[in-house]
Design a protein around this ligand. Structure first.
Ligand code: 8YV
Length: 326
């Protein structure tokens, strides 16, 4: 492998992606179960020029132990694990995997909305536990309609637009959104109404968080936001758990301040089995699987491999994160 840049793959990737990477790079991989221990990762980077990761913190500590590192490619669209200032200071390129997962995540958000509203997980347990003894389930187990309800998307970006397409064209929903900046295409295409956060919270039967996790969005959704929501409303989060004050979410659900929730992400992951959210029948809990279909995870890994090779070769076409674009 003389002359090929040394790269370290800190997570297992599908064979197609590994084969692509090995065409152009001298690849070493972590092949253990679960995330690579931090010290093993730092030691593995001593002579690496490229790193493929999906969540390891790329910070001063790591960069100091990787003197030859030029490019980091994350197999994710979110890159809150990138310390952008540290990477910029050392001239390290960071890339991510937008677009390939937009529809898969949007499907999962609709699954969370439908499951929470129609009480799918609760009623699945009802049937499987033998409690369905006679006739129709009683009215106390009835759910909430999704069709023609109102949807408020906080963070209407690429994934948000795919959610809007499903909600508006598939379920006839009325769409509100709140963003840092306007999204005229979505307003045109889906009749999305740009409203204040207050108005979105007061009008929406479903509130969907789809913002990236940044210093500005860390725990931005708090008690005051839940207090503004309709008591019949559902809260859906498939972006990052740390965009919400999770204690405020627990309190809003425990006090009946909101009707229910559908969650794919949590402040700490994996979520602790004793976490109060897991004991709430009106909360649908999934293990951060928004993009986790075989096809999409293969596409993400291939995109990440291509990003890494392009970054190391100075080729065009890598999805460099916007804050690190030259
Ligand atoms: C990733 C995700 O699989 O793409 C993202 O940002 O949240 C998921 O698709 C996850 O981040 C990997 O750790």
């Amino acid at each position: 492998d003389h002359g090929k840049p040394k790269v370290f793959a800190a997570k297992r990737i599908p064979p197609e992606a590994l084969a692509y990477l090995e065409q152009y790079c001298d690849v070493r991989s972590w092949d253990g179960d679960g995330p690579i221990p931090r010290e093993r990762l730092l030691a593995a980077l001593a002579d690496a020029e490229g790193l493929l990761t999906s969540g390891d913190a790329i910070d001063d500590e790591l960069l100091a132990r990787a003197p030859k590192l030029r490019a980091v490619s994350t197999v994710s669209v979110g890159y809150n694990h990138f310390d952008l200032d540290a990477m910029r200071r050392r001239g390290v390129v960071g890339t991510h995997t937008p677009y390939v997962l937009d529809d898969t995540v949007a499907d999962l958000v609709l699954a969370l909305m439908l499951s929470a509203a129609r009480r799918v997980t609760e009623l699945d347990a009802y049937v499987k536990s033998g409690r369905w003894e006679r006739g129709q389930p009683e009215a106390a187990l009835f759910g909430t309609d999704v069709h023609h309800a109102s949807l408020g998307i906080v963070g209407l970006g690429r994934i948000g637009e795919r959610i809007a397409q499903r909600a508006v064209h598939g379920f006839g929903m009325k769409l509100y959104y709140h963003n840092r900046s306007r999204n005229p295409e979505a307003e045109e295409r889906y009749g999305a109404q740009y409203v204040s956060m207050d108005e979105l919270l007061g009008e929406s039967d479903f509130v969907v968080l789809m913002t990236p996790l940044t210093p500005k969005t860390e725990r931005f959704f708090r008690k005051e936001h839940f207090d503004r929501m309709k008591p019949s409303a559902f809260f859906i989060n498939a972006s990052r758990g740390r965009t919400v004050d999770e204690n405020a979410l627990v309190e809003a659900l425990a006090t009946g301040r909101i009707r229910g929730a559908g969650l794919d992400v949590y402040e700490v992951e994996p979520v602790d089995p004793s976490h109060p959210l897991l004991a709430m029948p009106n909360v649908v809990t999934l293990p951060h699987i928004g993009s986790a279909t075989a096809q999409t995870r293969r596409d993400m890994a291939l995109t990440a491999a291509r990003n890494l090779v392009a970054s190391l070769r100075g080729d065009e076409g890598a999805y460099v994160v916007k804050e690190l674009r030259s």
